[in-house]
Design a protein around this ligand. Structure first.
Ligand SMILES: NC(=O)c1ncn([C@@H]2O[C@H](COP(=O)(O)O)[C@@H](O)[C@H]2O)c1NC=O
Length: 509
C-alpha cells in the first residue's frame, strides 16, 4: 500500500515542489480545497480530502478535515495490533506525513482596519488539530509545519534517515508553533475582555536573533520580539550601520528610548548602564545633543545616545567627535549618514519613536515572574502641591518638571540635579537617599548653585534637603508623603528653598 501524505496549507510557498517530491517517493497526496487546486493546477496528482472522509467541506471551510477518518489515520499506533485492527474494521488508511500551516492569524490581526469577524475567521481549528494529532504520534508520523523544512525533509525521506529523533524534533517544533499560535489568540481575547492579570500568563515571543553573549561573555543570550507589537520598536528598528547589537546595547537602547519618550521638544538622552548620564532639551536637536554632552562629558564616552529629531550634518559632526556605541534617531540626513558611517564602531538605529510603547513590564524572579504595568505615570503643573513658604519661580518650575521626568528613569534611590533643562548631576542606585544626593552634588560641582533637585521618592529625613541647600539648590520636587515631611519642609523654609510634592513615586529597581 502507498504511503499517504496529507497537505493542507495556507502559506503555499514551495508546496508544489514539496508535493512533487513526495509523489516521486510514491506518496499518495491528499489535500484540502485551495491547496488541492494549487497542486492540481501544477500537475501534481493529488486527491481531495473528501475521498478519505466521504464528507464535503462545509460551513465555509470551518469543517474540512475534522473527521475521525483523518484523525484515526493520524493517531493510530502502527505497532499496536488493536489499533491496526480497528483501522481495518472501519476501512481507515493511516496517514504517514502531514504538511500543515495555519490561517494567518497574526498577519490578520496586524492589518489596518481589520474587523473582529475577520480576526475570528482566521483562527485555525482543523489545522492545529491535525498538527497536534500528528505530533503526538510522532513515533509513526512525520509532521511538517515550517515551509523552510521542506528540502531537508525530502532529502531525509529519500535517504531513509527521517528517524525517530528527527520526527521528535519536528513534533517539538509543532507544539511550539501551536502554543505560540494559541498564545497570540489568547492575548487577543484577553485584551478584548479587558482582563488585566488573568489566571495564566501566556505571552509569546519570536526570535529576532541569537546574541553573541548575554550581559557577560560567559552568559548565552538571544533577543525575542513581541509578534503583536504594532509600529516601530527596538525589535523592528532599522540598523543603518555598524556591528550587531549586543545584549547590553539592547538594554541601554531601550532605557534611552523610554527616557526620550518623556520629552516633546527637541531632546537628546545619553545613557550608560541603563541610567541617563546626560539629558538636554533645547530648540534644536544640535543644541539638545550639545547640552546632553555637556551634562557629563566623561560618562557619555562609550554611551548610547537617543535623539527625537532627524540627525543633521552638524549634529552628526558633533556626535562623531566622541566614541558612542549607538545613536538612535527617527531619521538621519544623507550628509549625517555619510559622516557617521565613516566610524566603524558606531551603530546607527532608525526608529519611529511615537509607537515605542510598552504596556507591561516583566521581571523574572526565582520560580516565576513579576508583571506590572510600565510606569507611565506623569504629573503636570496643576497636580503639584506647593509645600513650602516660597513658590517656585516659572524657570524653577520648568526645570523641576524636566528633572522629575528624568528621575523617573534613574535607578532608585535616585536624585537628579538640573538647570536650564539640562541634567547636571545624577545620583543613581544608592542604598540611601542622601548618598544619591551627595553623588549628584559632587558631580554637578559649582553648577549646583541655583539648580533644582528631583527625588524619586520621599525624604524620610531632612538630611537630603540640608545637603542640597548647602550646595545651593533652590527648588525641590519629590512625591511627599513621609511621616517626617514637616522636617524637610522646615529645612527648606529655613534656606528659602521652594519644594513641591507630586503625590506620585517613581521607584525603579
Ligand atoms: N476546519 C478544518 O477542518 C480545517 N482543516 C484544515 N484547515 C486549514 O485550512 C488551510 C488550508 O485550506 P485550503 O487548502 O483550502 O487553502 C490550512 O491552513 C489548514 O490549517 C482547516 N481550517 C480551519 O479550521
Amino acid at each position: 500500500m502507498n504511503k499517504r501524505a496529507l497537505i493542507s496549507v495556507s502559506d503555499k510557498q514551495n508546496i508544489v515542489e514539496f508535493a512533487q517530491g513526495l509523489v516521486k517517493l510514491d506518496f499518495e497526496v491528499v489535500s484540502t480545497g485551495g491547496t488541492l487546486r494549487v497542486l492540481q493546477e501544477a500537475g501534481v496528482p493529488a486527491v481531495s480530502i473528501d475521498t478519505i472522509t466521504g464528507f464535503p467541506e462545509i460551513l465555509d471551510g470551518r469543517v474540512k478535515t475534522l473527521h475521525p477518518f483523518v484523525h484515526a489515520g493520524l493517531l493510530a499506533k502502527r505497532g499496536n495490533e488493536n489499533h491496526r485492527q480497528q483501522l481495518e474494521d472501519n476501512n481507515i488508511s493511516p496517514i504517514d506525513v502531514v504538511v500543515v500551516n495555519l490561517y494567518p492569524f497574526k498577519e490578520t490581526l496586524r492589518k489596518q482596519d481589520v474587523t473582529h469577524e475577520e480576526i475570528i475567521e482566521n483562527i485555525d481549528i482543523g489545522g492545529p488539530t491535525m498538527l497536534r494529532a500528528a505530533a503526538k504520534n510522532y513515533a509513526d508520523v512525520t509532521v511538517v509545519v515550517d515551509p523552510t523544512d521542506y528540502p531537508e525533509i525530502l532529502d531525509s525521506l529519500r535517504s531513509g534517515d527521517l528517524d525517530y529523533t528527527k520526527r521528535q524534533q519536528l513534533a517539538a517544533k509543532v507544539f511550539r508553533h501551536t502554543a505560540h499560535y494559541d498564545a497570540m489568540i489568547a492575548t487577543y481575547f484577553t485584551e478584548q475582555t479587558e482582563e488585566d492579570f488573568p489566571e495564566n500568563y501566556t505571552a509569546t515571543y519570536e526570535k529576532v536573533q541569537t546574541l553573541r553573549y548575554g550581559e557577560n561573555p560567559h552568559q548565552q543570550a538571544a533577543f525575542y520580539k513581541n509578534p503583536l507589537e504594532k509600529g516601530g520598536s527596538l525589535a523592528t528598528a532599522k540598523q543603518l550601520h555598524g556591528k550587531e547589537l549586543s545584549y547590553n546595547n539592547i538594554q541601554d537602547a531601550n532605557a534611552a528610548l523610554e527616557i526620550l519618550s518623556e520629552y516633546r521638544q527637541p531632546a537628546a538622552v545619553a545613557v550608560k548602564h541603563m541610567n541617563p548620564c546626560g539629558i538636554g532639551v533645547r530648540e534644536s536637536i544640535f543644541e539638545a545633543f550639545q547640552t546632553a554632552y555637556d551634562a557629563d562629558p566623561v560618562s557619555i564616552f562609550g554611551g548610547i545616545v537617543a535623539l527625537n529629531r532627524e540627525v543633521d550634518a552638524t549634529t552628526a559632526e558633533k556626535l562623531s567627535e566622541i566614541f558612542l556605541e549607538i545613536v538612535i534617531a527617527p531619521s538621519f540626513s544623507e550628509k549625517a549618514l555619510e559622516i557617521l558611517t565613516k566610524k566603524k564602531n558606531i551603530r546607527l538605529l532608525e526608529l519611529t519613536l511615537e509607537d515605542n510603547k510598552i504596556t507591561n513590564k516583566v521581571t523574572t524572579v526565582g520560580g516565576g515572574v513579576l508583571i506590572q504595568h510600565s510606569d507611565d505615570g506623569s504629573v503636570d503643573e496643576s497636580q503639584l502641591t506647593i509645600a513650602t513658604k516660597r513658590t517656585p519661580s516659572e524657570q524653577e518650575l520648568e526645570d523641576l518638571l524636566f528633572a522629575w521626568k528624568a528621575v523617573k528613569h534613574v535607578k532608585s534611590n535616585a536624585i537628579v540635579l538640573a538647570k536650564d533643562k539640562q541634567t547636571i548631576g545624577v545620583g543613581a542606585g544608592q542604598m540611601n537617599r542622601v548618598g544619591a544626593a551627595k553623588i549628584a552634588i559632587e558631580q554637578a560641582g559649582e553648577k549646583t548653585a541655583q539648580a533644582v533637585m528631583a527625588s524619586d521618592a520621599f525624604f524620610p529625613m531632612p538630611d537630603t534637603v540640608e545637603a542640597a541647600a548647602k550646595a545651593g539648590v533652590t527648588a525641590i520636587i519629590q512625591p511627599g508623603g513621609s511621616k517626617r515631611d514637616q522636617d524637610s519642609i522646615e529645612m527648606c523654609d529655613s534656606y528659602g528653598i521652594a519644594m513641591v510634592f507630586t503625590g506620585m513615586r517613581h521607584f525603579k529597581h
